[in-house]
Design a protein around this ligand. Structure first.
Ligand code: FES
Ligand SMILES: [Fe+2]
Length: 394
């Protein structure tokens, strides 16, 4: 039976899984969530950083504290592409180099002072950072997000361990129940198959009477999927999502969605997307806690929401079932079945990768995403492809 054999649930500094995950580019914010000249404290994988956005528009990730006497740099001021500490005014570049020590009137020693900095890349509305040892790998470009269509970025938090979420990535059997959405029955149960791919595993799900659905998991924490937009007339699109631990009890999802729309429709659709994304956001995590505490049911929550982005219902329903497993699901007590093939496959991938990493530091982080298995196939409903013949099943 497949289990998490290494302690993948702990990703703090110095942990095996944490060192492994840090060897890949990880998204840390939507660029829209930090304005030019703004700073933020940032917590990723139980480690603190300073995030700021300089006058050039570029985001920088540097150490959380000032080298002088340890004040939190996110309380400081952005000057150009540099940041100045609020306590005694030491100034640092985005490369972590101290360049001013105003109170050292006799003799500044900036050249001897440097704090940690981390490479960043802006990619289609998300900011990625490389938080690991050594040189960063080549930044992965996802072909299904390329084009002249409409892009959107998403981010949300879920309060459970990363492994609860990794277990869910190819778990097609939860759809008829967790995402039942008030329907009378549960619908057809899916047939689930999986296949190893170059960088991960593809999950193939078939239900009688509907088209198959293909979802691709890529190591270590990436999901590629077909989706539909939330426009009045839904538009088929491609999504790539990253699951990034905040700490061992919570994680962010950052996603990029791309909709290939006709040029003449682009502005209208982009505006509609923006309106949907700017709708009030229900307090999903508080509502999740209320459900877990027995104060409300999922159905009661969903019946009483004002206008909001409806895709967030899916995330909320997933919050409930994954947080309901406990902060870290107890795998010693679980009983896996044949519908849990995707769960087994992802755990196997992780266990193999961490075993190699533990042995001699091997890490396959030079990812060049190949075309998706569903590239070019028009989706006719959420995540559904019309031609499964391109996928060879295990
Ligand atoms: S603590 Fe930052 S300048 Fe003194
Ligand atoms: Fe789900």
């Amino acid at each position: 039976m497949s289990r998490w054999t290494y302690d993948c649930s702990m990703t703090g500094p110095g942990t095996l899984a944490g060192r492994f995950l840090r060897r890949f580019w990880q998204p840390v914010t939507k660029i829209d969530d930090i304005g030019i000249g703004q700073t933020r404290p940032l917590r990723i994988m139980s480690e603190d950083f300073t995030l700021y956005r300089g006058a050039s528009g570029k985001c920088f990730v540097i150490a959380p504290r000032c080298a002088h006497r340890g004040s939190q740099l996110s309380t400081g001021w952005v000057e150009g592409d540099d940041i100045r500490c609020r306590y005694h005014g030491w100034k640092f570049t985005g490369a972590g180099q101290c360049v001013e020590q105003p109170a050292e009137r006799e003799r500044q020693f900036c050249d001897k002072v440097k704090i940690a900095h981390y490479p960043t890349v802006d990619y289609k509305g998300l900011v990625f950072a490389y938080l690991g040892d050594g040189e960063p790998p080549v930044f992965p470009i996802f072909p299904e997000l390329e084009g002249d269509g409409v892009l959107e970025t998403i981010s949300y938090r879920r309060n459970c361990n990363l492994t609860n979420v990794l277990d869910n990535q190819l778990d097609e059997a939860h759809f008829p129940f967790a995402h039942r959405r008030g329907s009378d029955g549960f619908g057809e149960m899916p047939t689930i198959r999986v296949k190893r791919t170059e960088y991960g595993v593809a999950g193939y799900c078939e239900r009688a009477g509907s088209n198959p659905r293909v979802t691709e998991f890529m190591m270590p924490n990436i999901l590629r999927l077909k989706m539909l937009s939330c426009n009045a007339v839904p538009i088929p699109g491609n999504g790539v999502a990253w699951r990034v631990p905040i700490d061992d009890a919570s994680q962010y999802t950052f996603g990029i969605n791309y909709y290939a729309v006709a040029k003449e429709d682009k502005l209208r659709i982009a505006e509609e997307q923006q309106r949907i994304n700017n709708l009030p956001r229900p307090p999903w995590l508080e509502l999740t806690e209320a459900v877990l505490a027995g104060k409300m049911t999922v159905e009661e929550v969903e019946a009483n929401l004002g206008e909001h982005n409806p895709i967030q219902n899916v995330h909320f329903e997933d919050h409930v079932v994954m947080q309901a497993q406990g902060v870290v699901a107890d795998r010693d007590r679980e009983i896996l079945g044949s519908s849990d093939l995707g769960i087994r496959a992802i755990r196997d991938l992780w266990n193999e990768a961490l075993a190699a990493f533990a042995k001699d530091g091997t890490v396959n982080n030079e990812i060049i995403p190949p075309p998706t298995l569903v590239a070019g196939a028009p989706a006719t409903a959420l995540n559904i492809v019309s031609d499964p013949s391109s996928l060879q099943l295990a």
